[in-house]
Design a protein around this ligand. Sequence first.
Ligand code: IMP
Ligand code: MG
Length: 194
Amino acid sequence: MQRTDADIAEILVSADAIAARVRELADAICRDYPASIPSGERDSRGLVIVPVLTGAFMFLADLVRHLPQRIRIEVVAVSSYPGAHIVSKGAALVGVLPDDLEGCDVLILDDILDSGQTLGLLQDEIARRSPRSLRTCVLLRKRCQRLRVVDVDYVGFEIPDAFVVGYGLDYDGFFRNLPFVAVLRLEGSQGASA
Ligand code: IMP
Ligand code: MG
């Protein structure tokens, strides 16, 4: 079996730290959406979580297991780093968003906020569908210059401006399975896909 250790420069966020923070984020989300809890008043069309694939898949799976609410999950895909690149090439929606988001509480979920293009695009597209509320949650926020300023409501970790992999994040399709977030050792290579 090929090992990945040689590709990792440094573990930035451990699996334990992620697990603890995901629970805290879930607690904050529960506090903000009390009407969506089963015993509560069902006065809205419910909480719709919109995870951005592929990167958010692990974060999604861990987070929703801490949410007792009545929720819908509607995945979207946004292509931002097609092929082997580590510099943003812009964002494009892949597929279509559900057309019944009007009156819903929508929570976008993504792995990382980098240039801001992906979340900016999604926020615009979802806002046009007249949700009752729209919030955004990211596991990681890079400290970097953004091409687009994007408001996020829940942030797991602020990280330095480095290319990271693991816990859903990839380099050219690989490393998504790592249970931690790590800085990739880049040796003349260059790549990730959304
Ligand atoms: P943005 O549009 O530049 O904010 O990028 C958002 C998307 O790019 C994320 O959802 C990730 O899929 C991908 N991305 C951004 N930074 C990284 C990184 O450091 N490693 C892996 N993927 C990244
Ligand atoms: Mg992504």
